[in-house]
Design a protein around this ligand. Structure first.
Ligand SMILES: [Zn+2]
Length: 83
């Protein structure tokens, strides 16, 4: 069992251990995600880490792709919404 999975079950980011948007994951949800992605080292990331690492700090772009507001950077302050 990886640390990332343990943290996800507690609703924590696999990188910084802040609360993730998804909340605590169940075994079933993790199993599904692993099946979907084919990545066994499952971990969830908080919005801040997601934006920083996957979207190059662009919270607006992240919100657009994720289809929801993200709690990171200036987007959190402005309450940026998709669409
Ligand atoms: Zn994080």
């Amino acid at each position: 069992m990886s640390t990332g999975i343990e943290l996800a079950k507690q609703g924590k980011c696999g990188i910084c251990e802040e609360a993730v948007e998804h909340g605590p994951w169940t075994d079933e949800q993790i199993a599904e995600a692993v099946q979907d992605t084919g990545i066994e080292a499952f971990e969830d990331w908080c919005d801040q880490c997601l934006v920083t690492l996957c979207f190059d700090g662009d919270a607006k772009y992240a919100a657009k792709l994720l289809g929801r507001p993200v709690k990171a950077g200036f987007a959190a302050l402005l309450g940026v919404r998709h669409g």
